[in-house]
Design a protein around this ligand. Structure first.
Ligand code: UFG
Length: 327
């Protein structure tokens, strides 16, 4: 069965739903520090912490696990600049604990959530896998360091891994069962909903003097269920004996912060109150993926590439759950 670390979080819970739909036996492991109990409904789950090696050893010895998926990370670029210790502990030390527990239990297959942030300020757009790695935040550094560890563990210990570098994970379960709910909300699309609903103060646009078409940051928003499908392909690859891989995952099209907010206004039919603010630490101007490699090698093709659909799925859930998860 598949162990889903961080399966109560935004990406992990959508992954677990995709596993339920695919009939894949799985077990969620989460410390519920930012995940939600309501998001794990329908899957078997237990409480544990990556920073506690004993928790990992226990779960890997008690259950018949052949593949691990890792979503249990701290995820905010800006926060990582202010709190680097937390990011190195959770995102690097925690994963080393995991890798060592996996070695001990002879579990050799891992799907790892990596990020566009490993590339830092891009030298060319779109960003392909062989673009130089020069992260500009402790968040990006911690994920890059894990990728290096995975290569070394692969060569020395036979660990096989697929590192999936998400660009901006966005949207929600098209069935409306799951959504995106961070506390406090830091991500652009859900923050725009809260601002529109009057649940927060008017949101800030972080930086309006970037060298982009309208001065705001450009990002590649990719649907959460399309990310989940890429993970299923990774599991099939590893189970078939495939070698370690690293892939970028995005739609290959960039949208500025202002364009996303305009799309949000169109989809919701509401005004998104906002002010222009200063840049946020660690944010590159433009991040757009080339996903040519995974498209060619595995035939990955996003089912929901359109920004309006991504925002609409996210809004459908938020509209039905104005206070988010209530666990
Ligand atoms: N933004 C605002 N105002 C807000 C929130 C966000 O202007 O209130 C801007 C950000 O500055 C950025 C864009 O909207 O330009 C998207 O920001 P998000 O916080 O939604 O996402 P990030 O691009 O910071 O981060 C995402 C993932 C990270 C990953 C990164 C890689 O959450 O895990 O993409 O680029 F590392």
């Amino acid at each position: 069965m598949i162990l889903v670390l961080g399966g109560a979080g935004y990406i992990g819970s959508h992954m677990a739903k995709a596993l339920r739909e695919a009939g894949e036996p799985h077990l969620i492991f989460d410390n519920f520090s930012s995940g939600h109990l309501a998001a794990v409904k329908g899957s078997k789950w237990l409480r544990g912490d990556l920073r506690n090696p004993e928790d990992l050893r226990k779960v890997l010895s008690l259950y018949d696990i052949d593949v691990v998926m890792h979503f249990a990370a701290s995820i905010s670029v800006g926060e990582s600049v202010r709190m680097p210790a937390e990011y190195w502990q959770n995102n690097f030390v925690g994963v080393l604990n995991l890798l060592d527990a996996m070695r001990y239990a002879a579990v050799h297959k891992l799907v790892f959530s990596s990020t566009a942030a490993v590339f830092g300020e891009p030298q060319e757009i779109p960003i392909a896998e062989d673009h130089p790695h020069a992260p500009t935040s402790p968040y990006g550094d911690s994920k890059h360091a894990v990728e290096l560890a995975l290569r070394a563990y692969g060569e020395a210990y036979g660990m096989r891994s697929v590192a999936l570098r998400y660009f901006n994970a966005a949207g929600a379960d098209p069935d409306g069962v799951l959504g995106e709910d961070h506390r406090p909300e830091s991500h652009l699309i859900p923050a725009a909903f809260l601002s529109a609903m009057g649940k927060t103060a008017p949101m800030q646009i972080f930086g309006t003097d970037y060298p982009t078409r309208d001065g705001t940051c450009v990002r590649d928003y990719v649907h959460i269920m399309d990310l989940a499908q890429a993970h299923l392909l990774a599991v099939h690859h590893l189970r078939a004996g495939g070698d370690s891989r690293e892939y970028n995952l995005g739609n290959g099209e960039g949208f500025s912060v202002r364009e996303v907010l305009e799309t949000t206004e169109r989809v919701t039919g509401m005004n998104v109150p906002r002010t222009d603010g200063p840049r946020r630490d660690g944010d590159p101007a433009t991040l757009v993926a080339s996903s040519a490699r995974i498209r060619e090698e595995w035939g990955w093709k996003p089912a929901y590439p359109d920004l309006e659909t991504i925002v609409r799925h996210a809004w459908d859930w938020r509209k039905a759950n104005p206070d988010g998860y209530t666990d």
